[in-house]
Design a protein around this ligand. Sequence first.
Ligand code: PMP
Length: 444
Amino acid sequence: MAEIDSLAGLSSDELNAHWMPFTGNRQFKADPRLFVSAEGMHYTTADGRSVLDGFSGLWCSNLGHGRREIADAVAQQLTSLDYSPAFQFGHPLSFKLAKRLADMAPGDLNRIFFCGSGSEAADTALKIARAYWRANGRPEKIRLVGRAQGYHGVNFGGISVGGMVGNRKTFGPALDVDHLPHTLLPENRFSRGLPDHGGEAMAERLLDIIELQGAENIAAVMVEPFAGSAGVILPPKGYLKRLRELCDQHDILLIFDEVITGFGRTGSAFAAEEFGVLPDILTTAKGISNGAIPLGAVFAREGIYDTFMQGPEHIPELAHGYTYSAHPVACAAAMATLDIYESEKLFDRVREISPHFEEALHGLKDCPNVIDIRNYGLAGAIQLQPRDGEPGKRAMEVVLEAYKRGVLLRWTGDTIAVAPPFIIETAQIDQIAQTLREILQTVA
Ligand code: PMP
């Protein structure tokens, strides 16, 4: 029998060479957790264990892993057209993908700008918002509004508008941005789906910011329809609709960051459709290509695009883009991903299976230290009482113990988040809940 090697043959020099993202490097390198393969609902670890993916990788592998159709599409694209430049050149597949995405999107969010990630999508959207007002003869409208606990990636625009303080505090001054309060209210604890209380009132906190800064100076408000990275913080009923009304009344663009909520996580293609609120700009990444090849896309309403199309023809209307914008291989991966969502009716499946998911999560209500449980579609969170003086540690211990017991989850602060691929079976949902139950009974 082959020797089982938890380090996958890595030397300590190799381990040290990689500065790992969003990871306590010293802690990881003292006790590495390495995946060497993945198929369907499972990862295989370097020491030969099978781990159930309860988090779709990182909110992205919605179809599960190792999809042959995506691999074939990528391989085919690599040998037919591996790269195509911008600056007055293009390739057909990006237009086909854009049209297909526009057809999926609600309203007239029909103009698609491609980039390489959710962070790039966020900064692209913020730049479009500012440039839009300038093109409209209102250059003073530059201020941006975000929300506490929001996450919009790690580029400078994203960390400024984002409201996760830990992601900003070590980098010096960011943009000067105002933040709405988050929508986690004690009276909504243990809600199922969208909470009942406080929606309109929380949205109206935007009026405080408008009073402070003046609507004539504000370009856009950016929010996630529900905040994913901060631990599935849901908008109370009426919140997003009221935010839309206020933005309309005050000539402020509304941007939805749907990097997590896009492509089926809620049971609809986009949360904008699920919640019946149309933003002016919408950002996506992750599930657009099943996480297999990096890709992001920003959707703009037609009127925004049209505003840009009025200057001289030989100058780029938007001086913005990336070497890998509309990368042909990423477009091919996205096409294959969209084919599978459609042919396997996976957004419907999210809708069908999410009541079971909701029951399973809320069944953990009586476990020790559980102070809130939230869920929507196939996204859920179990919030724990922080241990005195050790914020975030209890949830981290639960997640690392779950990994040992064969279930991959994520912690964020004192919250355990669950977001499985859409192909998950009910028995696997039960396995996640049972694993959590056993661990929560024993973790101090
Ligand atoms: N926005 C949201 C809502 C996200 O959840 C994420 C990633 N978790 C991002 C932006 C950033 O995406 P990326 O990591 O691809 O840059």
